[in-house]
Design a protein around this ligand. Structure first.
Ligand code: AFP
Length: 381
């Protein structure tokens, strides 16, 4: 019988350095990122991680149908009107169903609020109730869908303030500063998930071949200065003086008081505008104006302005309703609208200063010859 070599003493082997983070095909996945975040909180139960996993799943489901376009047979309108008085697209309804279906059995939520549904949706009594509240716009910018321009989903997560009480609308009426997670998915040439848990903003790109989001944009930052603004100029005759002055000065370019040229963009998709601003700076304005439909602004506070405002602040930018930081506004209704200005800090601060200035001093708009709110009041008097 031949002698066998003595067994080598088993020694723990360090994980191989040969596969460094970021090696091709081995970048950080959203799953790994979430595990890392959860480890920062030794008492964490995993409920929050499960919630973000469900956000990922809902957005992947929507990305899949949006990406098929007409092939999914879901284009066009439903013929129904949502709580906002807007005609619903088939994909609005389908995307809403996908969020609801994904979260109904997840065990992480107590209730949901959606742009597409009038009232609070409670998690049914036969399903486990979680500790979080979710407000979402399942498919923002849906008027862009049929022309194949980027759309997205926006979401905001709050903590249920009283786990022993039945959830009602009041539970959702918390200032945006109290969000524990906010983000969006953008369905463009690539699908991306952009998230913040209050510790910076991180962007993940969907690798369609492996079906996983990969961390491609860690620590996103809004450039503090910009020469790019976004506004729907077709509303200019209704603007308040502060907004008219700001846009006039941008348009005057190098021959005006700003002494430099500005560029303008308008996608009519909040997610696409926010994404551009996170990536290369800029300022976005959808101010309130003196149209009956927009006296309180157009965008919704709970599931549009608050989550985008949270991301922008977390990325070093600024977000306001004109008078105060958007995240400090205490909502008074689920589907409340608001004026919304956000982006590169220096431009937003300037717009806030113009709002303060023109509370007391009218602005005579040399470019637009706009009918501002103050002039209307004066001419009526
Ligand atoms: P839809 O979801 O109805 O297309 O609205 C998109 C949106 O709420 C927001 O994403 C845009 O910034 C804004 O409306 C565009 O509004 P206008 O069409 O008035 O420019």
């Amino acid at each position: 019988m031949s002698a066998r070599p003595a067994a080598a003493t088993a020694r723990p082997t360090a994980l191989p350095d040969a596969v460094p983070d970021g090696a091709p095909g081995l970048d950080t996945t959203l799953t790994e990122f979430l595990i890392g975040e959860q480890r920062k909180f030794p008492g964490a139960t995993g409920e929050f991680t499960a919630l973000v996993n469900d956000l990922r799943l809902a957005c992947k489901r929507i990305a899949n149908v949006v990406g098929k376009g007409s092939l999914a047979g879901r284009s066009g309108k439903t013929g129904t009107i949502n709580v906002q008085g807007e005609e619903q697209a088939n994909l609005d309804v389908l995307a809403n169903d996908m969020f609801v279906r994904t979260f109904l059995r997840g065990g992480t939520l107590a209730a949901m609020v959606s742009e597409e549904i009038d009232d609070v949706m409670l998690i049914p009594a036969d399903q486990p109730r979680g500790r979080y509240l979710l407000a979402f716009d399942p498919l923002d910018g849906s008027s862009n869908i049929d022309v194949n321009v980027s759309v997205g989903s926006i979401f905001s997560v709050l903590v249920d303030p009283d786990r022993d009480a039945a959830v009602d609308a009041k539970a959702f009426l918390q200032p945006g500063r109290q969000q524990v997670c906010a983000g969006y998915a953008i369905y463009g040439p690539t699908t991306m998930l952009v998230l913040s848990f209050g510790r910076g903003v991180h962007g993940f790109t969907l690798d369609r071949e492996i079906g996983e989001f990969i961390l491609t944009h860690p620590g996103m930052q809004v450039a503090p200065e910009t020469s790019e603004f976004a506004i729907n100029a077709s509303n200019s005759r209704f603007w308040e003086p502060a907004v008219t002055r700001y846009v006039d000065e941008c348009l005057a370019g190098s021959s005006g008081p700003r002494g430099r040229d500005f560029n303008m963009r308008w996608v009519a998709s909040l997610v696409a505008e926010a994404h551009r601003i996170l990536l290369r700076g800029g300022v976005f304005l959808y101010p309130r104006d003196d149209r009956a439909s927009a006296r309180r602004g157009k965008l919704r506070l709970l599931y549009e302005a608050n989550p985008i405002g949270f991301l922008i602040e977390q990325a070093g930018g600024r977000a306001t309703n004109g008078e105060r930081p958007i995240l400090e506004v205490t909502p008074s209704a689920l589907h409340q609208r608001t004026g919304f200005v956000f982006g590169s800090r220096s431009e937003v601060e300037r717009i806030e200063a113009y709002h303060r200035d023109h509370n007391t001093r009218p602005y005579d708009a040399p470019l637009f010859r706009a009918r501002g709110l103050f002039r209307d009041v004066a001419s009526q008097g």
